[in-house]
Design a binder for this molecule. Structure first.
Ligand code: PA5
Ligand code: NI
Length: 191
């Protein structure tokens, strides 16, 4: 069946995608164990703030299509660790992704998912940054700024998402505020 062309819009004023498509929200309680400072987590859980949300354009998850969505990470920290996405790699590990930052500033953490020892890379994100996540790299985004970090993600329709491994092991690095600056440190709990 022929899929019809469609537009989506980013509403900079109201910080959302229109039409909303499939909206997925992640509050702290959806990922509380992923942050290092569990005392800060317990305190914040009383309010259970939204950490991020993403608007998926409704596209068939099939080869040939390009899935795309707009992600928005709210500014803030859990203890001294900046708000971040859960992070994932693609079910078909050999599929890439492009992130285009349209608002705010942050970092893109990547960790290789080949059979060898995992390697780490980080890229800065700011309005206008076009970031390439090559095949075989898990990815997580982090808001280091004072305003929402918004970016468009585009990836092959068949890619799929795997969360379980990062949910269990974390990323090998963390991004914390140290002396007022975003600082990458080793994750002491990385398994
Ligand atoms: O496709 C992507 O990589 C992004 O659109 C993410 O899915 C989005 O930023 C949310 O992050 P996560 O899927 O890790 O929860
Ligand atoms: Ni992805």
């Amino acid at each position: 069946e022929l899929f019809r062309p469609i537009n989506s819009y980013y509403d900079f004023e109201n910080i959302k995608m229109v039409p909303e498509g499939d909206l997925i929200t992640r509050n702290l309680s959806d990922m509380d164990w992923m942050y290092q400072d569990q005392e800060a987590v317990q305190e914040l859980l009383k309010e259970d703030p939204q950490i991020y949300r993403y608007y998926n354009v409704d596209i068939p998850e099939e080869e040939g299509h390009l899935q795309h969505c707009i992600s928005i990470i709210n500014p803030g920290k859990v203890g001294n660790e900046y708000n971040m996405t859960k992070g994932h790699f693609h079910e078909i590990k050999g599929t890439a992704e492009i992130y285009y930052t349209i608002q705010g500033e942050g970092m893109l953490f990547m960790q290789s998912v080949t059979d060898g020892e995992p390697e780490f890379e980080a890229l800065e994100m700011k309005k206008g940054t076009l970031s390439y996540v090559p095949p075989y790299w898990a990815h997580r985004t982090i808001n280091t700024g004072e305003e929402p970090l918004a970016f468009i993600g585009i990836y092959p329709g068949e890619a799929g998402h795997v969360y379980g491994e990062i949910e269990a092991k974390g990323f090998m690095k963390l991004l914390i505020e140290k002396d007022g600056e975003p600082t990458i440190i080793d994750n002491p709990n990385y398994k």
